[in-house]
Design a protein around this ligand. Structure first.
Ligand SMILES: NC(=O)c1ccc[n+]([C@@H]2O[C@H](COP(=O)([O-])OP(=O)(O)OC[C@H]3O[C@@H](n4cnc5c(N)ncnc54)[C@H](OP(=O)(O)O)[C@@H]3O)[C@@H](O)[C@H]2O)c1
Length: 260
């Protein structure tokens, strides 16, 4: 479904930096009304100044997306400030690296809480409101690692594969209700993501030289929301990796084990 961003009421999680912040700025420029959330209030204050200077209507709620009370506050804020919501962008996410054998169960639990359970439960909470929205959509910011897993990031890959599977199932379930489910799968992006990983053990993963900017990813995600495209992989190298994995999986296995 095609949609006009002007006037759309959009909730963006993880808006305090990187892709979420860039999404907020671009959506504000397109005339959307924003509800933003993250844990760092100083960052959200600064962002609010930026988007207000562009003439956008924007509010925020501070908190941890894994906290059910925060999610409930977001629902109440959307109702109170905008009388509903049209687009939910599940963007907040964290990483960790190091071999699975040496990792604690807590690392897995934390990554699944932030990257999978939180967006899924936020979606559950907002579904009735989205059903009443204008050209409604759910946009999940996933990862290229939701298509092809790599060593040293088993929990992160699992959390993004889970979000991918959930998004595909939900898209089919919601198609009769007119709600688009959009999956965005970026490759390495120059945000604060690598510095905010919750645990670093062993060799840092190679970042590659084809790094995209948060602005690139946000622009591609907004284009997908505007045009109703269901899945995007906004990088040629990411796309090539997915293609290799589909066409020649044993070579892809060998390559990631070697280059990981
Ligand atoms: N950067 C990459 O290379 C890359 C590649 C593929 C996919 N992605 C995905 O893109 C999304 C955005 O990441 P980014 O690159 O923009 O990284 P980033 O700059 O580190 O941004 C992550 C955002 O998530 C928020 N966040 C993290 N944990 C949270 C929690 N428990 N509760 C609430 N908010 C939380 C952070 O805000 P606070 O710290 O203020 O709470 C921050 O705003 C993530 O889902 C990530 O998995 C990133």
């Amino acid at each position: 479904m095609r949609r006009k961003l002007a006037g759309l009421r959009i909730l963006i999680t993880g808006a305090s930096s990187g892709i979420g912040r860039a999404l907020a700025i671009l959506a504000a420029e397109a005339g959307a009304k924003l509800l933003l959330t993250a844990r760092r209030e100083d960052r959200l204050d600064e962002l609010l100044e930026v988007v207000h200077a562009k003439g956008a209507d924007a509010k925020y709620v501070v908190g941890d997306v894994t906290d059910p009370a925060l999610r409930q506050k977001l629902l109440e804020k959307a109702q109170h400030e905008y009388q509903g919501l049209d687009v939910l962008v599940n963007n907040a996410g964290v990483g960790a690296y190091g071999s699975f054998a040496e990792a604690s169960p807590e690392r897995l639990r934390q990554l699944m809480e932030v990257n999978f359970f939180a967006p899924v439960e936020l979606t559950r909470l907002f579904l009735p409101m989205l059903e009443k929205g204008r050209t409604p959509a759910i946009c999940n910011i996933s990862s290229i690692l939701a298509h092809r897993a790599v060593p040293g990031k088993s929990e992160y890959c699992a959390s993004k594969f889970a979000l991918h599977g959930f998004s595909d199932a939900l898209r089919a379930e919601l198609s009769s209700k007119g709600i688009d489910v959009i999956l965005v799968s970026p490759s390495t992006t120059s945000s604060e993501f690598s510095s905010s990983v919750i645990e670093k053990k062993g060799k840092a993963p190679a970042t590659g030289k084809f790094t995209r900017t948060p602005h690139d990813i946000a622009a591609a995600a907004l284009r997908a929301i505007r045009t109703g495209k269901h899945e995007i992989i906004p990088s040629k190298t990411g796309y090539a990796m997915v293609l290799l994995d589909r066409l020649w999986p044993s070579l892809a296995d060998w390559a990631v084990a070697k280059l990981g």
